[in-house]
Design a protein around this ligand. Structure first.
Ligand code: GLC
Length: 566
């Protein structure tokens, strides 16, 4: 049975992209032993849960999101012993571990698919989605379905004269969730990793599991370009390929498996490429679906008071308690948030203050805490999967689409190595070794060691806000109440976070100055500055405080004074 006050509702998740985090064996590729070596760092920073992108056996055509064995570790990342140690060492430090599960598809090199494609009557044939073409001979696919990234999702297999369906890239064939053996196998995989100590799962493109059972065409839609939340494009909808009712029903089955496991305290967060309204359905009606859903509307939201306030309001409405929103500003697929903040460390601090004080579960992406930049890299056609698939489009058209959608052409650009120090290779891998991707040129200033020495750095800002959030129930569990815009200067967003009785401090007020001028704010009640994006707290008068440019500030409300930050 699940606990009444589960840990995951209060947590802060930090995403580790293992390939780029820390290279312990000196081959230029990050690995699990490298992660183990950085656990003290993560505990010191103050994050509470680690989500590891896939490290399972894989040909790495999509860097681990193409799995060839769900229960084995890829040799470049280590072995099962390293994985067991990582989980145990994380737990010893009070850190939770969330694994990435790619349920929707396997690699085309997975033995299941190799068998499946070998003949029409192979026992594994029905483990994948095979279909006759509209005409024999491979000329015309079964129907008009596009994959999630806007090209044809059907791929012809000459040997058996049928097409297989793939929601992502051609080498990632979709598993057939209408086959009970597939469902049973994947649920067993989840139990396998829970038995190993996984505290939760991040479910990759989980809204793509089931397709229309009758393979009907997707209908026309008034939509030319895709967006971060809606992959419909080129005037074609996704009704029959995404968010299918059978996928929603399967979320409830997943939930039962996770809740029934010893202690019932594991959780799941779904990657659902959909609008926030559609995504909410994945949480089920009565808390019987996924625990959390990634919300992506935050990725590109401007850091202005009206936009920040509107998004908070929207999430508060859509994900009112007992649901919880998530706050996501980056991951291994999306343009780094700092690139949307003019590269400014001050704006990045304010963004962090917002992310760590709003109601919901924050997901940080490795390197955000030191402001690693989007690295403008030439397109690496052989390595970057997104680029591979887009090569079927004329390049100038593709550039234009990316620019209009505000996205980056090349996912390599947000996956560059973590910057640990100002040593060559930023301390990611030994001097003289070529890292799998080049470190960003600003690593000499934007690295962990340098920023740890400066109390006014972005790193220390994260650390302060993480500490405040951890020890303050109002921040990690309290209700959120926006202050009326009419009571605040035009550039300021303000909200009160209030905990249940008994917590101390019972309530805090958060003020975010989204502007480059200092501004005075009248305080609604007696309040004491507690944590700021700046190392030095601002002066406060009897009933007003002066916020500095791009300052984010938490004040405790009432007479009790401020707690020490631990
Ligand atoms: C998700 C992952 C991405 C991967 C894709 C296919 O969007 O985040 O990296 O390429 O799914 O598995």
């Amino acid at each position: 049975m699940p606990a009444s006050d589960p840990w995951w509702q209060h947590t802060v998740v930090y995403q580790i992209y293992p390939r780029s985090f820390a290279d312990a064996d000196g081959d230029g590729i990050g690995d699990l032993v490298g992660v183990i070596a950085k656990l003290d760092y993560l505990a010191e920073l103050g994050v509470e849960t680690l989500w590891l992108s896939p490290f399972y056996a894989s040909p790495q055509a999509d860097f681990g999101y193409d799995i060839s064995d769900y229960r084995a570790v890829a040799p470049e990342y280590g072995d099962m012993d390293a994985c067991d140690r990582l989980i145990a060492e994380a737990h010893r430090r009070g850190l939770r571990v969330v694994l990435d599960l790619v349920l929707n598809h396997t690699s085309d090199q997975h033995p299941w698919f190799i068998e499946s494609r070998s003949s029409r009557d192979n026992p594994k044939r029905d483990w994948y989605v095979w279909r006759d073409g509209a005409r024999p001979g491979g000329g015309v696919p079964p129907n008009n379905w596009f994959n999630m990234i806007g090209s044809r999702g059907w791929h012809y297999d000459r040997a058996t004269d049928q097409w297989y369906w793939s929601q992502f890239l051609p080498f990632q064939p979709d598993l057939n969730y209408r086959n009970p053996e597939v469902r049973a196998e994947m649920l067993a995989t989840i139990r396998f990793w829970m038995a190993k100590g996984a505290d939760g799962f991040r479910l990759d493109i989980v809204n793509a599991l089931f397709e229309d059972a009758e393979f009907r065409d997707n209908p026309f839609a008034w939509k030319l370009l895709p967006s971060a939340e809606d992959p419909g494009m080129l005037f074609r909808g996704t009704e029959n390929t995404l968010n299918h009712p059978d996928t929603l029903a399967f979320m409830r089955e997943l939930r039962r498996v996770v809740d029934d496991f010893a202690g019932g305290d594991r959780f799941m967060v779904g990657e659902v490429i959909a609008t926030a309204d559609e995504a909410r359905a994945f949480c089920g009606d009565a808390g019987d679906g996924l625990h959390l859903i990634f919300l992506f509307e935050s990725l590109g939201v401007p850091l202005t008071a009206p936009a920040v306030r509107a998004l908070i309001e929207r999430y508060e409405t859509l994900f009112a308690a007992p649901l919880l929103p998530t706050w996501v500003f980056g991951n291994h697929d999306r343009r780094r948030r700092i690139a949307r903040l003019d590269g400014s460390l001050e704006k990045a601090k304010l963004n962090a203050a917002w992310q760590l004080t709003a109601r919901g579960v924050p997901f940080l992406y490795n390197g955000e805490e030191i402001g690693i930049e989007q690295h403008h890299l030439p397109v690496r056609t052989s390595l970057d999967a997104v680029v591979d698939r887009f090569r079927s489009w004329p390049q100038p058209l593709f550039d234009l689409v990316c620019r209009l959608a505000g996205e980056s052409l090349n996912r390599d650009e947000c996956r560059t190595p973590m910057q640990w120090s100002d040593e060559p290779n930023a301390g990611f891998c030994p001097r003289g070794v070529a890292p799998w991707l080049p470190v960003t040129p600003s690593y000499r200033e934007r690295n962990v060691a340098t920023q740890q020495l400066d109390p006014d750095s972005l790193w220390h800002c994260y650390r302060r806000f993480l500490a405040a959030r951890r020890q303050c129930a109002a921040l990690n569990a309290g209700a959120l109440e926006l202050l009326p815009a009419s009571d605040l200067p035009a550039t300021v967003v303000g909200y009160v976070r209030r905990a249940a009785p008994g917590a101390e401090p019972r309530a805090v007020i958060v003020l975010l100055n989204c502007g480059d001028a200092a501004t005075d704010v009248n305080l609604p009640a007696r309040a004491t500055p507690w944590v700021s994006t700046r190392a030095r707290l601002p002066e406060v008068g009897a009933d007003r405080v002066r916020l500095r440019p791009w300052e984010g500030l938490v004040l405790t409300l009432g007479e009790t004074g401020v707690p020490d930050l631990r």
